[in-house]
Design a protein around this ligand. Structure first.
Ligand code: ADP
Length: 654
């Protein structure tokens, strides 16, 4: 079955070379029960590892069932390790934090069999006398019991050959005896058993003893024939069944629970390494929320301003809302507003505006708010028609009527839940009748849009603010295509009406196209978003590096576990998947917490700063996708490192 010819193995330790095997030739037939004996350092373990395909020889030929092993690819070797061979180690090598049953199932997973099918694993645990310990973890079992779990694990894929490296070396005599009985029973049932030992009593129970000394076979002693009915070994290793994506699910769910366990075992470390992703995702979400909020409030204001709107004001420079000097030639009047609407065909309507701050009283309560004096068409032009009550009329404007349409903020403060329409309020100690309630506008970047009272422009000028002139005139063109014509007409008419001298004509009036202002605002908010996005990207990158770092540490720490998994038949792909899942769990968990934090931050911003924020589902999905991407991207390097390890070197590492 197994035919070795001139096998050599040399270890290099710095400059010195250790010739562990110096030309070993031997045959092993199916059904044999063989012990490899010899003094320490004679090359027994090295030989066993080569036989078990855990390591490769430097020279010589290893033929398994007539075909050369050296030509096999990694996956074929992994398949042989998981399905044809079984391994038992002196140190048991069980996965900590994992129940006996799960330990036994592991090679089944690597052989592509359903992990959920625990019947065979449970039966094997029963066979080795541990039926009642299936849920115990290795640290809750004695050495003998652990070794029996390891034997059950080696048998779970019904191997033809069982390799054991000093299986009783760490056990007391009684436990060692029991283990040997298990081996004898297995051999009688047809399994080929090859074990390494330095104890003559153990070797005495075998049918063949190969004595090693200084890397060569010194003596080969046959004490009995192989068992009569060995389990036949297939000519070629049975190929693992092809697994589709669905077939990988049980494996992935196993990795998932293992990943969670590994992360929970190092809570602080996991939390710290998640921090970068967490902050990155949170800032992505918050940034998108603030950006979207700003855009929405701009859009809302655009629509509330109405379309095709021009805003005419005198050419005075305004600094922070305070009028500086005002050109005498360019003071706007109510007559200007009327004239513009009447004389220009490109102008549909106009609305004069004044603004100021006032005190509003009802009974004992007092509220400071913004007063806006406008024309009767203000409501229609600015999408502010009352939701309750009515707007004031042209007649009321010409009569300087003491009527007010109020925003929600002063209303709530003064009236609570009472219906204000028809009630009397004092504005700067003058009685006004409330005739309407303005629609809710929410708060934008300019502050609370509902904190205002609108009265007829004449009332505001002559009764409340004591002004002769209006602050600005809103002008609506008849259509978008008439905007340019309207602009030119407005300026020309104003220059003519006010007889502005040529030297001041350039600065006398300030005419703004509101659509252009909005476009500029949108541009600014986009630039801001881009800036925030790049900050978020940097922190995501840092987060990714954090994850990569912690995964590299984890791979280094668990080298032995990786070696064991390979010895049990894990393919590169299995280990790649395992560590990728772990990185993914870490980054997704960070991402999830980041999403929650990001939403919290946006809410806080809108609460404290009064900015509108909008959390879109897209931003949440984006946050998750980003963190998954980072997990995969930065998990690949550590996972590849794990997958590329040599099984026996990994197993031997400290
Ligand atoms: P045995 O199992 O008979 O005690 P081994 O096969 O473990 O012997 O080792 C044979 C020789 O090879 C010993 O001298 C040992 O020190 C050396 N050796 C084994 N493994 C390594 C290794 N990974 N690196 C360097 N030397 C090794």
């Amino acid at each position: 079955m197994i035919h070795l010819e001139g096998i050599r193995k040399t270890y290099r330790l710095g400059d010195t070379e250790v010739h562990a095997l110096r030309g070993v030739s031997l045959r092993i037939e199916p059904g044999e029960f063989t012990a490899i004996m010899g003094p320490s350092g004679s090359g027994k373990s090295t030989l066993l590892h080569l036989l078990g395909l855990l390591d490769a020889p430097d020279a010589g030929s290893y033929r398994l069932l007539g075909s050369e092993v050296a030509g096999l690819g990694e996956d074929a070797l992994a398949a042989l390790r998981s399905r044809t061979f079984g391994f038992v180690f002196q140190q048991f090598h069980l996965l900590a934090r994992t129940s006996a049953l799960e330990n036994v199932i592991l090679p089944r997973v690597y052989a592509g069999r359903a992990a959920g099918d625990t019947a065979k694993a449970a039966a094997l645990l029963g066979d080795v006398g541990l039926g009642d310990r299936a849920e115990h973890r290795p640290n809750e079992l004695s050495g003998g019991q652990q070794q029996r779990v390891a034997i059950a694990r080696a048998l779970v894929n019904s191997p033809r050959v069982l390799f054991a490296d000093e299986p009783t070396g760490n056990l007391d005599t009684k436990s060692g005896d029991e283990i040997m009985e298990v081996f004898e029973r297995l051999n009688r049932s047809g399994v080929t058993v090859i074990l390494v030992t330095h104890e003559p009593e153990i070797a005495a129970r075998c049918r063949r003893v190969i004595h090693m000394r200084d890397g060569v076979v010194e003596r080969d002693e046959r004490r009995g024939p192989p068992v009569a009915a060995p389990i036949p070994v297939d000519r070629a290793a049975p190929p693992s069944p092809r697994r589709g994506l669905l077939g990988l699910l049980p494996e992935l769910s196993l990795y998932f629970s293992q990943a969670l366990r590994a992360l929970l075992a190092n809570k602080l470390r996991s939390a710290l390494s998640m921090l970068g992703i967490l902050i990155g995702v949170a800032s992505v979400i918050a940034m998108l929320a603030v950006g979207a909020g700003a855009r929405r409030s701009i859009e809302e204001r655009l629509s509330s301003l109405g379309s095709n709107l021009l805003m005419l004001s005198s050419g005075a420079r305004r600094v922070g809302g305070v009028s500086m000097e005002r050109g005498a030639a360019a003071r706007l009047t109510l007559a200007d507003a009327r004239d513009l609407a009447a004389s220009l065909t490109a102008v549909k309507r106009t609305c004069p505006l004044v603004q100021g701050r006032v005190q509003v009283n009802v009974g004992g309560s007092n509220q400071s708010t913004r007063v806006l004096g406008g024309g009767a068409n203000y409501g229609e032009m600015h999408a502010s028609s009352p939701v309750h009550g009515r707007f004031f009329t042209e007649d009321e404007v010409s009569e300087r009527a003491r009527v007010a349409v109020m925003g929600l903020t002063p209303l709530r403060a003064l009236f609570g839940d009472r219906d204000p329409v028809g009630e009397t309020v004092k504005i700067n100690r003058i009685n006004f009748t409330v005739i309407g309630v303005l629609p809710e506008k929410g708060s934008g970047m300019g502050g609370d849009q509902d904190d205002r009272v609108i009265v007829p422009v004449t009332t505001a000028m002559y009764r409340l603010l004591g002004r002769q002139y209006v602050d600005s005139i809103d002008i609506e063109a008849v259509g978008a295509e008439k905007m340019a014509e309207a602009s030119n007409g407005v300026i020309a008419l104003m220059l003519k009406n006010h007889r502005v001298p040529p030297s001041q004509q350039g600065t006398a009036f300030d005419l703004r196209n509101m659509a252009e202002v909005q476009a500029m605002l949108t541009q600014t908010s986009q630039t801001l978003s881009l800036l925030l996005a790049s900050i978020a990207a940097v922190s995501l990158l840092v987060g990714g590096i954090g994850i990569m770092n912690i995964m590299l540490v984890s791979v280094a720490e668990r080298t032995r576990e990786i070696g064991l998994r390979k010895a049990l038949g894990a393919k590169r792909r299995d280990l790649l998947a395992q560590f990728l899942v772990e990185a993914l769990v870490l980054s997704l968990l960070g991402g999830a917490i980041g999403v929650v934090l990001g939403i919290g931050c946006s809410l806080l911003v809108s609460l404290l700063a009064g900015w509108a924020t909008v959390i879109t589902p897209l931003s949440v999905i984006l946050g998750f996708l980003f963190s998954a991407l980072i997990g995969i991207l930065f998990g690949i390097l550590p996972a590849r490192r794990a997958a590329a390890m040599n099984p026996i070197e990994a197993l031997r590492s400290e």
